[in-house]
Design a protein around this ligand. Structure first.
Ligand SMILES: CC(C)(COP(=O)(O)OP(=O)(O)OC[C@H]1O[C@@H](n2cnc3c(N)ncnc32)[C@H](O)[C@@H]1OP(=O)(O)O)[C@@H](O)C(=O)NCCC(=O)NCCS
Length: 165
């Protein structure tokens, strides 16, 4: 939890803008952590979100969160390699695939979606590379920390995951 919160609170304005995040909408560190802890204490079927830390050896290199979870059906995921120097080496692709496998199993999903900002090339390229299929684009405000933006919906079906990972 602290990794996720500190990642967003420590991001530059450019990094936040690329991710479609409005700094003015970020909660304070204490409020954010308290709300994440409250959510994590709920039974799994009642949680707003879940997630995994990405580790490489002894190092934490990123994380993924999932939300809008409908157990047995669908969920949405997010992807972050936290150290810029570790990006563009294939880690994101592989860790998205591993995270997807985890979410499919944990929540019994049929489909997993991801909706990055349409102008953010890195996740759009990574999701395609990881086996997600482009569905459509639309304007929305994806989460409470985002500004209104065009997002692209990428979808992975359980059968497609099994063929790849
Ligand atoms: C998105 C992210 C997790 C991808 O991780 P990564 O380790 O860099 O991904 P990979 O190295 O596996 O790259 C996958 C593909 O994306 C491409 N790519 C990665 N970063 C890119 C960039 N900045 N611009 C264009 N293409 C990019 C790679 O070239 C590769 O495509 P290819 O195989 O066709 O050459 C990482 O860039 C990141 O954390 N970005 C900041 C956070 C963010 O924007 N998250 C998305 C919020 S929804």
């Amino acid at each position: 939890m602290t990794i996720r919160v500190d990642y967003f609170l420590g991001a530059t304005d450019d990094e936040l803008h690329t991710m479609g995040v409005d700094r003015g909408l970020l909660p304070t560190r204490d409020d954010w952590l308290a709300s994440l802890r409250t959510d994590a204490a709920r039974p799994i079927a009642e949680r707003d979100a879940d997630g995994v830390i990405w580790e490489l050896g002894d190092a934490t290199v990123g994380f993924s969160t999932t939300d809008r979870i409908v157990i047995g059906h669908e969920a949405f995921m997010h992807l972050h390699v936290i150290m810029p120097e570790l990006r563009r080496r294939g880690l994101g692709t592989r860790l998205v695939q591993l995270s997807a496998r985890h979410y499919f199993g944990k929540f019994g999903l049929e489909v997993l979606h991801c909706e990055p900002n349409a102008l953010n090339a890195a996740p759009n390229r990574t999701l395609q590379r990881a086996g997600f299929r482009y569905e459509f684009s639309y304007e929305t405000t994806p989460t409470p920390i985002n500004f209104p933006q065009i997002v692209t919906r990428w979808t992975l079906r359980r059968s497609e995951l099994d063929a790849r990972v």
